[in-house]
Ligand binder design. Structure first.
Ligand SMILES: *Cc1c(COP(=O)(O)O)cnc(C)c1O
Length: 469
């Protein structure tokens, strides 16, 4: 399997060559040359597999430059009941017939990003050891990516993590989870600004090729292809758990921010999984909902980002979205480059009235927006009706999912975090305290370690230089 760039300017590369990189060399995003397809007979076989075996079957079609036995060992070491709480890894909880929660948040940081990042930590350590290399991971987070990355990389040989987060804008629990880590290879940088300022700094530093090479800068942001890859697995797992035969269709409701999670659903669909609809849920920052309803993609200025009670979806532009649009325009890099010339210049594009509008309607995607009042109502509804607590992001997915629910089509809502991570809003909605898993009790009382900085790429560079001497 070879990987190409959405902007068409990168010679085809192998998985290991793109694993440690963020943006492709031409500023685009890496994608496989094609998506391997599963036929009906394959689905019957996959249905019987355990999570790690399913993961190996899928991942080995995209990764052919790690020996199969090594890849298998890395996957088996990652997806264990000890790390994810059960052998199912991502158990399906049925609320009522035809309505399910796919529980993706049973990993160490209680959010779905662990599913991908725990694997990434093991992949990075393996590849760096083979290459005798070092890696300085530079990332931006609005909460869950950062903690999941740090918990995946803590103590890993050859890796340092420099994680930028918007100062004072994460939940108390998220802040405690990240800033209480004392591992010497973990550095928390709290930026005076919003998430997009953090993301822009990462881009600026990564665009400085000399600096990037000298300090072996890598990324674990949601644009990392291996993360998308790892997430494809649970769409298959969820499908098999919610159906009895391989001819049934299901729909997935996905609370979305940077478009990484639902992109994996799109790839699963393209691989032959019988998906009827991919239901994208936005919060008040609904740039993606606007696109899927109108065809117009109009990223916001970072000053226009609302701070919401589902903060991990507070984005102004969706970093993975370019991959989807590349597929939508028939993988024509020159069309993609034209669209992104406008986006990268602070503008927008509109597919309404172009031949791509019809393609968009056939893509399987539908969407909706959920507000604070909506998510509170969804949390109450699920609690009162089924006795189950859900977090604010999952609630956005449930709200929009129900709007698009169809009779006879199972609806699988992805649970992306546990309620305890957003306890203030849970209390507001339900009047009760969400239960704390034993592993995280007392976290908020631990001492915190971070460096506060202005939104200035050169200051961040200096900080990294000093730590890499
Ligand atoms: C990251 C995150 C999301 C958004 O996922 P994307 O892949 O960025 O679309 C939703 N919910 C939670 C809890 C998250 O951490």
């Amino acid at each position: 399997m070879r990987y190409i760039s959405t902007r068409g300017g990168m010679p085809p590369r192998t998985f290991r060559e793109i694993l440690l990189e963020g943006l492709a060399t031409d500023g685009g995003l890496a994608l496989p040359e094609s998506y391997p397809r599963y036929e009906a007979a394959d689905l019957a076989r996959l249905r019987k597999l355990s999570y790690p075996d399913l993961a190996f079957d899928i991942l080995s079609r995209y990764i052919d430059d790690i020996p199969a036995a090594d890849l298998k060992a890395l996957i088996d070491k990652t997806y264990t009941a000890a790390v994810f709480g059960s052998d199912d890894i991502t158990p399906l909880k049925t609320l009522e017939p035809g309505l399910h929660l796919l529980q993706l948040s049973n990993g160490p940081t209680l959010a779905f990003k662990d599913v991908a990042l725990q694997l990434l930590g093991n992949l990075f350590e393996y590849v760096l050891a083979k290459n005798q290399g070092e890696l300085n991971i530079l990332g931006a987070t609005s909460g869950d990516t950062g903690s999941a990355a740090e918990y995946a990389m803590r103590g890993k040989r050859g890796v340092r993590v420099f994680m930028l987060s918007p100062l004072g804008k994460m939940s108390r629990f998220q802040t405690a989870q990240m800033f209480s880590l004392t591992d010497p290879n973990i550095y928390n940088i709290a930026v005076r600004g919003v998430f997009d300022d953090c993301q822009d700094i990462v881009k600026q530093v990564s665009n400085d090729e000399a600096f990037k090479t000298r300090y072996a800068i890598g990324t674990v942001n949601s644009i990392n292809w291996a993360r998308v890859l790892a997430q494809i697995v649970y769409y298959f797992k969820g499908y098999f758990a919610a159906t009895k035969s391989d001819t049934e269709q299901v729909s997935f409701a996905v609370p979305s921010g940077n478009f990484g999670n639902i992109l994996a659903g799109h790839v699963a669909l393209r691989m032959g999984l019988p998906v009827r609809r991919l239901i994208l849920a936005s919060n008040e920052n609904n740039v993606l909902d606007e696109f899927f309803r109108s065809g117009c993609y109009r990223p916001r200025a970072s000053a226009d980002v609302h701070q919401t009670s589902s903060p991990s979806m507070d984005i102004s532009k969706a970093s993975n979205f370019e991959r989807f649009v590349f597929d939508l325009v028939g993988r024509d890099a020159s069309t993609l480059r034209k669209l992104w010339a406008s986006v990268d210049g602070g503008g927008s594009f509109d597919l309404a009235g172009t031949p791509f509008a019809a393609k968009l309607r056939e893509s399987g995607f539908v969407s909706g927006t959920s507000t604070h009042a909506d998510r509170i109502a969804a949390m109450r509804w699920v609690h009162q009706r089924f006795g189950v607590m859900i977090d604010t992001h999952t609630a956005d997915g449930v709200k929009v999912g129900l709007e698009h629910r169809e009779a006879g089509v199972p609806l699988i809502c992805l649970e992306t975090a546990q309620p305890v991570k957003f306890a203030d809003t849970v209390r507001e909605a339900l009047g009760v305290e969400p239960a704390s898993p034993p592993a995280v009790r007392g976290l908020e009382n631990l001492p915190q370690r971070f460096e506060a900085m202005d939104a200035d790429a050169s200051a961040v560079k200096r900080y990294i230089e000093q730590r890499c001497r």
